[in-house]
Design a protein around this ligand. Structure first.
Ligand SMILES: Cc1cc2nc3c(=O)[nH]c(=O)nc-3n(C[C@H](O)[C@H](O)[C@H](O)COP(=O)(O)OP(=O)(O)OC[C@H]3O[C@@H](n4cnc5c(N)ncnc54)[C@H](O)[C@@H]3O)c2cc1C
Length: 463
């Protein structure tokens, strides 16, 4: 038998999700100058949802999407697939940051998940969407108190949930580590690579031009429209949607709005029925623990365990090296934490281990806006909760470009940009201090003075 941690060195460093989709025909790179009505930069969830919604709203428009790599190569193909009924990074975050509009944010988040599911059905997309709930588990007594407060908040907004302890908890997720859990039935999981593949398939079927392996290096405005510069051709367009997430932004004003945070995931080989029985996890809901450094845990369609999160790594100078996606000490920590929480699986090999970059904003939700006299729209800053919110962001950007006054465009959450991150070396130092405080708080239950000061400024740090 090989211990889980020993199998790490052999684990495939590409996302497990890639293995679940058949070979995808590459879309060609741009090789000439082209013109269109709407150009979308970025072929992750945000860009692809924008393409589908734009074609629904304006069936005759010439829509083009361009990605620097393959669609879904970045966060959209590397995430945990937790599809939240929230656009505000949860109920607690909405209440903390936008108490006056929390009720609307919560309602819009839940409606977005309903509409997400309806769109999957309308477009005939098979993405292994399962709306089977989420269990948030607590290890420390003060975290159990936190779950109780969360349950009160949920009930205040009519959100179904149940607090589980002892036998009831062990029946959903049996671990020697956790004391209590809060189960919310209205939460979904999906397969991220299948979601990208299906969004891309539908976009192509609607005659949307997709160019892959084509990076936009510059954006220029003139009275006739916007020009997007690439190394192999020029894109002339009336409107632009920027859906570039954690990549260096094309708009200078957004340079300080987010920082790239590396987040890591490991996946085991498929569990057999006895192994599943040993952890009491016969249902299909997701699991997350509730420390500041939290894990997200789920089963895949073939009953592997995906175990991700915990570390959130920032590299000085906002470095985004490709190598950081494949190699990290975080894999070893994840494997150790996995075995600690689920010791009966200590000998289950890990087959895949990979990283991804999260676009972290200081208030942990996306924001959107326009530039160049409302001819360019952007949305970014999803901070680890963009699977469902990306669809909402897409609709919002199109509202903004069309000059429509909607419930989406009126929200304070969207209108106000997040607190900017400082330049280096203060950025690195600030992240280090915040993370040190969050780790201490996970051990002691006490918030550091530095993090209390950030709270007072409305600045948060999460992944
Ligand atoms: C490891 C990990 C786990 C996560 N888990 C979850 C989860 O379980 N649930 C959840 O809700 N969220 C999760 N997230 C966050 C979620 O994946 C993202 O918020 C979401 O995928 C963002 O989609 P996007 O389309 O905006 O960005 P991306 O998927 O990053 O796409 C941006 C695209 O823009 C392209 N691009 C950038 N610059 C240019 C340019 N100049 N020219 C051309 N193309 C360009 C890139 O190549 C890329 O394909 C996770 C993220 C990571 C990294």
């Amino acid at each position: 038998m090989i211990a889980s941690s020993d199998s790490l060195s052999l684990a495939d460093r590409r996302p497990y999700w890639n293995d679940t989709v058949g070979p995808q025909t590459e879309c060609p790179p741009l090789r000439r100058d082209v013109s269109c009505d709407i150009a979308i930069v970025g072929g992750g969830f945000t860009g692809l949802w924008t393409a589908l919604e734009a074609s629904r709203r304006q069936p005759d428009a010439r829509i083009l999407l361009v990605d620097a790599g393959r669609c879904g190569n970045a966060a959209s193909g590397r995430n945990g697939g937790f599809c939240a009924p929230s656009i505000s990074h949860g109920v607690g975050n909405a209440l903390k940051r936008w108490p006056a509009e929390a009720e609307d944010l919560i309602r819009l988040g839940r409606a977005n998940l309903d509409a997400f599911e309806a769109d999957l059905a309308e477009f005939g997309m098979d993405v292994e969407f399962e709306r089977k709930g989420k269990l948030t588990v607590a290890e420390k007594p003060w975290q159990v108190e936190g779950l109780r407060r969360q349950a009160e908040n949920y009930r205040r907004f009519g959100i179904d949930c149940s607090l589980l302890t002892e036998g009831a908890l062990q029946k959903r997720f049996s671990s020697p580590v956790y004391l209590a859990g809060l189960f919310e039935p209205n939460y979904a999981l999906l397969n991220p690579a299948k979601t990208v593949a299906e969004l891309r398939r539908v976009a192509l079927s609607k005659m949307i031009d997709i160019y892959e392996n084509t990076a936009v290096t510059e954006m220029r405005a003139n009275p006739r429209g916007i020009e997007l510069i690439t190394l192999s051709g020029l894109i002339r367009t009336r409107k632009v949607v920027l859906a570039t997430n954690a990549a260096p932004p094309l708009l200078r004003r957004l340079r300080y709005a987010t920082i790239p945070i590396f987040d890591y995931t490991i996946v085991t080989r498929p569990l057999d029925p006895a192994e599943i029985a040993s952890i009491g996890w016969s249902e299909r809901h997701g699991v997350a623990d509730c420390g500041n450094r939290f894990h997200y845990v789920r089963k895949t369609a073939d009953n592997r365990i995906l175990w991700g999160g915990y570390d959130a790594i920032y590299h000085f100078g906002s470095r985004r090296d490709e190598a950081f996606l494949r190699e990290s000490d975080s894999f070893t920590r994840l494997a150790a934490n996995f075995v600690r929480a689920l010791p009966s699986l200590a000998n289950v090999p890990i087959t895949h281990a990979w990283g991804g970059i999260i676009d972290t904003s200081a208030r942990t939700t996306f924001f959107a806006g326009t530039a160049q006299a409302d001819r360019v729209a952007y949305a970014m800053g999803f901070t680890g909760q963009g699977v469902s919110a990306s669809r909402f962001a897409a609709l919002t950007m199109l509202d903004l470009l069309e000059g429509r006054d909607t419930e989406r465009t009126r929200m304070a959450m969207l209108r106000r940009r997040p607190f900017p991150f400082p330049p280096e070396p203060f950025r690195w130092l600030g992240v280090r201090l915040a993370q040190h405080g969050l780790a201490q708080e996970d051990e002691t239950g006490h918030r550091s003075a530095f993090n209390k000061a950030l709270d007072a400024l409305g600045v948060g740090f999460d992944s």
